[in-house]
Ligand binder design. Structure first.
Ligand SMILES: [Zn+2]
Ligand SMILES: [Zn+2]
Length: 336
């Protein structure tokens, strides 16, 4: 029961509050929205409207100590829980201008209006009902009531604290957000936070099939039975481009210590431009192929031709990437 209640709370926050309402990465059926609204109240993390409002400010002003409500630059404690313990941003507590769209969602407004009642009913009602059913009132109140809430709170709070401190930055180092597979395991996939901060409108956080992101699976599963639609994803091209540009940014940190730093940097930049050009070409041919496959007018040989072209591009792209990876791990190679 603890696990079920923990998953219900956690996923209502990740799939509901976060990916549905804060970022609108997909659309959900009313039944699913009611479920998330109830689970969110059970998770005791304020109303979806309030949560999303804070969260949109966090994304817009990430790491800005004056504006980001849980800025990681103010340290672990502050970003984890300290920000809630005092009214640091009391002046904008009821300012929901960033969430005008959500104010049109009757489920969001229903939950916002009855939030306190829903929170009390779920947090006391569910453990008490289960306790009476199984004849162990105190046990259920302590485990499904208190322990579940502590676990649920801290795993969510880790996204604001640890996911901005611990992990890698494969897509951008312009903010503190990190990718961390271990955190993703405890947070229903939200640990891939570096990707999330650069591509917040993607319904996935872990984009590779093997990356642990149950929230993404829940959304995709809901879509397959008609409860979710319009799932948004960033193109593989944009993701790869960001990743390559970040490898360049990382390499720059190492180059400046080397002799011939300037020469190496120019050579690397040229190589990156060539690689990006190839990537663009690959992406264009791929879209052409998809479009052509859709239209029945195209001749079969034209399709075959495009397929061959794409295969060739794929081979040369892989080779160029291999060369690039070798160069960024050992920048001296760039002018060898
Ligand atoms: Zn963040
Ligand atoms: Zn977010």
């Amino acid at each position: 029961m603890l696990v079920i209640a923990f998953v219900f709370c956690g996923m209502s926050i990740t799939a509901g509050y976060h990916r549905l309402w804060s970022h609108k990465t997909y659309e959900a059926h009313k039944a699913l929205r009611y479920l998330f609204a109830i689970g969110g109240a059970f998770a005791l993390q304020n109303s979806a409207l309030h949560w999303s409002s804070d969260h949109r400010v966090h994304h817009k002003h990430v790491d800005n100590n004056d504006k980001d409500p849980y800025s990681a630059k103010r340290g672990f404690w502050y970003s984890h829980i300290g920000w809630m313990l005092r009214e640091y941003q009391a002046q904008r507590y009821d300012d929901y201008r960033k969430c005008r769209d959500l104010q049109k969602d009757p489920v969001v407004m229903w939950q916002h209006k009855h939030y306190v009642l829903l929170a009390l009913l779920t947090n006391f009602g569910i453990p008490i009902a289960l306790g009476l059913l199984y004849g162990d009132l105190i046990g259920f109140v302590l485990v499904v009531g208190a322990l579940r809430l502590v676990l649920s709170h801290h795993t969510t709070f880790f996204i604001n604290s640890l996911a901005h401190i611990w992990g890698s930055q494969p897509y951008t180092s312009k903010n503190t957000a990190r990718d961390n597979g271990i955190l993703a395991f405890f947070t229903f996939g939200e640990g891939y936070h570096n990707f999330h901060h650069i591509f917040e409108h993607d319904y996935r956080n872990g984009i590779r099939w093997w990356q642990f992101d149950p929230t993404k699976w829940l959304i995709r599963g809901s879509a397959s039975i008609g409860l979710a639609s319009n799932l948004k994803r960033v193109s593989a091209y944009r993701i790869e481009k960001a990743r390559l540009q970040q490898t360049m940014a990382n390499a720059k940190d190492r180059i400046f210590k080397l002799p011939n730093a300037e020469q190496i940097q120019t050579a690397l930049e040229q190589e990156l431009q060539q690689l990006l050009a190839k990537l663009t070409e690959y992406d264009e041919v791929r879209s052409q192929l998809i479009d052509s496959a859709k239209s029945s007018v195209k001749e079969k040989y034209e399709l075959a031709l495009l397929r061959v072209k794409l295969e060739q591009l794929d081979i040369s792209l892989k080779e160029q990437k291999k060369r690039w990876n070798a160069m960024v791990s050992n920048p001296r190679l760039a002018i060898a």
